[in-house]
Design a protein around this ligand. Sequence first.
Ligand code: DGJ
Length: 744
Amino acid sequence: MSIVYNQEAKLFVLSTKNSEYQMKVDEIGILQHLYYGAPVGGMDMSYRLWHMDRGFSGNPYEYQDDRGKSLDTLPQEFTGANVGDLRISSLSVRAANGSRSCDLRYKSHEILPGKYELEGLPYVRGNNGTLAVEEDAQSLIITLEDTILGLEVKLLYGVFEKKDVITRAMIMTNRGKEYIRINKLSSVCIDFPYGRYDLIHFHGRHCMERQMERVPVNHDIISIQSKRGMSSHHHNPFVILCDEDTNQTQGNSWGFMMMYSGNHKTEVEKDFTDSTRLVMGLQNTNFAWRLEAGDSLTAPEVIMTYAAEGLNQLSRNYHHIIRENVVDAKYYNLERPVLINNWEATYFDFNTEKILDIADQAKDIGIDMLVLDDGWFGKRNNDHTSLGDWFVNEEKLPGGLKKLADGVRERGMKFGLWFEPEMISEDSDLFRAHPDWAMTDPERKPMISRSQMVLDMSRKDVQDYLFERMSEIIRDADIYYVKWDFNRSVANFYSRELPTDRQGEVAHRFILGTYALLDRLLKEFPNLMIEGCAGGGGRFDAGMLFYCPQIWTSDDTDPIARLRIQEGTSYGYPVSTMGSHVSASPNHQTGRQTSLKTRGIAAMSGTFGYELDLTKISEEEKELMKQQIKDFRKYYWLIQHGEYYRLTDERDQNYFTAWEFSGADASEALVNIVITDSHANPELPWVKLHGLDPEGWYMIEGGDRRYKGAALMNGGFVFGQLIENMMKEPDNYPSAQYHFVKVG
Ligand code: DGJ
């Protein structure tokens, strides 16, 4: 049993293979958080709570003179508000009478087989018979209540024992007679009463997403957030807390990943007792939800994992749960198509003939799918116009999309198509017909970005329009794959359909509307594959991955920049979710020149494809591309399902980046290296491999030396040959890929 309740001690113990999580109901009904970390055998961890009078930390009335017991110092599972805990809170409320207090006490709980699901929001899927890898999850639902306010708070826990994952979500219900205003909504609150921690988070910008940053948790509040209406390029809704000395292979770490694609916020506070609290939920600057009597509101799910053996292990825990329980199970064993996308080949300047010329080349090279990007609809010959007018531009594509798609299919390839559903151009028939569908503030000029505005996705009529237009096109042209883009931050959150005092709900309703549309389309077209995208990786989150098995990782296709982007992304997300393409050199974003070989190696750690004008490549390049695709197919399952290890750490300031995929049965491993800086007479690149059989013997395919697994893992591997070759075959950024195969 992974969830046990000890009635006498009022203790909840949630166990996974390598972690334990504890909570306890105290004598006045406060749900205390006791522990999250390596297994402690169910020992009641409340012995660690020392009830000292700290001064200026008041006591709940029931404790009277027991001055050591204060909400301000007790570790709590989910806080109320304005009742004595002066640290960051899980909630902020306002009752109809103006009171801002909420005092949550334990009411009841239930332990259920299987994994709970959420309505209208993405969630980690349980063992429902369609799963790629079977896992009997269990759920715990603890109900807290504030009887004066009439607020019921259900804390939901899903325990995936084999995967070392615990999920959390929260559903609140107004059981009173009057409305309650919710000003802050969180999914997780967790206290670490002892220890010194670093916070790892993933910041960035357009074309440079998910840059890993590690900061010490000091006596202040760190806040990682997005107010952009999207999870954003700027701050991913994923953070790691770790011990100060944790590195890739050693030490404790705890991950918190929100399955949400909109405004999010994670706060981390080290308080005056040196206790560390993390709260994760919706960004609340402009958030205010009117919760009517009888209504419920759900806080999105957070995926938590604990790893004792360094950050690589923490990442692998996430890779498994995302591949196996977040992404739709049908993609687990399905080989994703190697694609050619025309964006960097043509931008808006294409016609049927040009696309079919590219398709001819793609077919020759062995590519599986052609994706027609932006510019096929309305009068879209530049980015100033036509978003929302989802009607094919027959001037560019005479005979329509069907004719083009059939042409591509005749060449033996699948056909994919770009949409940017949630956007509207000022210069569009849609805006002229429905100006009120754009999310703009009445009486103000809208904030324009890339010459576009954002549709009010909270409206059912907007969702219906998009569903109809997209369905018609997908059906008529028999579209296999949709690239779902989103190219600006949202501002002017305002819905003309909602009353004045509900405008604080728009940002969250916007995302719920997007999820509803995705869900509806996938029900209508169960075989449709959707690739998420938001100006590259601006919405790379576990929420989108519930609907889209892969997401375009970044608009920066420079392989050297990509190494850092993909490495940052790899902390939380598996390579099977990362769209990654070989593009032209010099690169369109950085101007950097790189070899086709290096571009191929970087892009292969993803879902692989090409994004350049294939009609302009040399015969030699064409041959190399054919080989790259053969290699990718050969290593496909090793890359997509293998155990992923970062072999280098940014903090070591190496002049190379290396990473490895090892087969689950230790029968093979693929080791990749790219030299990112030129040094004369350099120190030799050296890494320790992982995931091999220590007793087994391995050979590099095409080589003649045998290596013992234990030697490669403990003594390491030296990329000496690569350094020697560098002088013979000059390359700005030399790279290599070694396939180790077990031979005995
Ligand atoms: C941003 C995407 O990330 C690009 O790949 C491309 O689809 C453009 N939008 C098209 O406008």
